[in-house]
Design a protein around this ligand. Structure first.
Ligand SMILES: C[S@@+](CC[C@H](N)C(=O)[O-])C[C@H]1O[C@@H](n2cnc3c(N)ncnc32)[C@H](O)[C@@H]1O
Length: 404
């Protein structure tokens, strides 16, 4: 089996870097990265600077176009489809033309992934999303993830998933994300997994258990998905836990008891004597103290209901002896979730430098150099912890080695 990849929603190339670092022969055949509404496509430019551009099968360069406009038959064949996609409303209805067909909401990127699975039938697919995906939407918990699993089952795939906090597996950032690994049932891997109990997959033999070891799974529970995706969309609700397996519409889920590893600490990634522009000016200090502090604010809803909005304090500055908090796209703006650190050289309070933001995600220093700082933080807030991909890639190397 060829070790070829197609990277969707590629950003600045976190998946690609993670696989390239393995140096085990993975080649990315095609990618797609387009920031809606943006005139200057910084992430696409950064990606192309590092890796070059790719033609599709019709000879066009469409890696920087909205993926929805790219004919999926033009996407080069690949073994592994990867991508970090947003948590959106995945509900569906029957199409007007046919009660067999389904139609999701426009602009929802899951349907682009599904279209490529239909057109290209890659053996494997590795996806990343926020952990909230398991519980969405609030009014019908688990519906959206149920739709994804039902779509995969319909296309002949099984799936394993795991919510991982990167800092629990040796990284420098507390970032909880769900990773979903789908595999075609007719692969050697699919057949090997089908012969195992779900508990054995979740605790020992599955890709997630190998990449992120656990002591065991508590207490495994199951459900069955309807074969009718519209019915899943209308009625399905389920309390998915942080790991699970789906095979043939049967779902088993449980809570992993993780064999955690020590994280990298903030002090290990900080630069000393950072440029003056990153320091907090004294006239802004009160505002930062207020934003980071605990508060109780009386508020009134649109319907006239009075309530007290309250939030606890955020550590200020961020402690050196812990991993970083989750980095958002708003990192470095005047915002409660922005990191504020004491510079190890001067002891004075400042924002993270763009290089420190890259280190929190495990990218090479200056990966995004050449962009305005604001865009460097934005791209890093959108990206993923590269080491997590490399860990799963190592297991994929073993899996692919068993395929014909
Ligand atoms: C969560 S980020 C993934 C970042 C990536 N994993 C990385 O390492 O940088 C999702 C990306 O999808 C891109 N995107 C959003 N809508 C898109 C579309 N319709 N077509 C192509 N890319 C899109 C966004 O610009 C964003 O960079």
């Amino acid at each position: 089996m060829e070790k070829t990849i197609c990277e969707l929603f590629a950003g600045v190339g976190g998946f690609r870097l993670g696989f390239d670092r393995l140096e085990s022969g993975w080649t990315t055949k095609w990618f797609s990265q387009w920031e809606p509404g943006a005139r200057r496509q910084w992430a696409h430019d950064c990606y192309v600077d590092h890796f070059g551009d790719c033609q599709d099968l019709e000879g066009f360069y469409r890696t920087g176009d909205d993926i929805a406009t790219v004919p999926k038959s033009a996407v080069p064949d690949h073994t592994l489809l990867v991508g970090g996609f947003p948590c959106q409303d995945y509900s569906v209805a029957h199409t007007l033309a046919s009660s067999q067909g389904i139609e999701g909401k426009k602009g929802v990127l899951w349907w682009q992934i599904r279209d490529i699975l239909i057109a290209k039938k890659p053996a494997f697919c590795l996806l990343e999303n926020v952990d909230r995906l398991l519980k969405s939407p609030a009014k019908q918990r688990g519906r959206d993830f149920g739709i994804i699993l039902a779509c995969l089952a319909e296309l002949g795939y099984s799936a394993q998933w795991r919510v991982v906090n990167a800092a629990d597996y040796g990284a420098a950032q507390r970032r909880r994300r769900i990773f979903i690994f789908a595999y075609r049932d007719d692969t050697a891997y699919g057949k090997a997994m089908a012969a195992l109990e779900p508990d054995e997959i979740m605790s020992v033999h599955g890709l997630m258990a190998k990449a992120f070891p656990v002591y065991g799974i508590e207490p495994p529970r199951g459900t069955e998905l309807s074969r009718d995706i519209v019915e899943v969309s209308d009625k399905f609700a389920f309390a998915f836990e942080n790991t699970g397996v789906m095979h043939g519409y049967q779902v088993t889920t449980g809570r992993p008891v993780e064999k955690t590893e020590p994280p990298v600490l903030l002090r290990d990634i900080l630069q000393s004597f950072a440029d003056e522009k990153y320091y907090i000016p004294s006239e802004k200090m009160d505002k930062w103290v207020y934003l980071k502090g605990a508060k109780k604010i009386p508020r009134t809803t649109a319907a006239g209901h009075e309530y007290v909005f309250s939030e606890g304090p955020v550590a200020f500055p961020d402690p050196w002896d812990r991993p970083g908090r989750t980095m958002l796209t708003s990192e470095s703006s005047l915002n409660r979730s922005t990191h504020v650190v004491a510079d190890p050289g001067t002891g004075k309070l400042r924002l993270l430098t763009p290089v420190e933001a890259e280190r929190l995600q495990g990218f090479d220093d200056d990966w995004t150099a050449g962009m305005p700082d604001r865009m460097r933080y934005f791209c890093m807030g959108n990206a993923l912890v590269v080491d997590m991909i490399t860990r799963m890639g190592k297991v994929l190397d073993q899996i692919v080695a068993q395929e014909a």
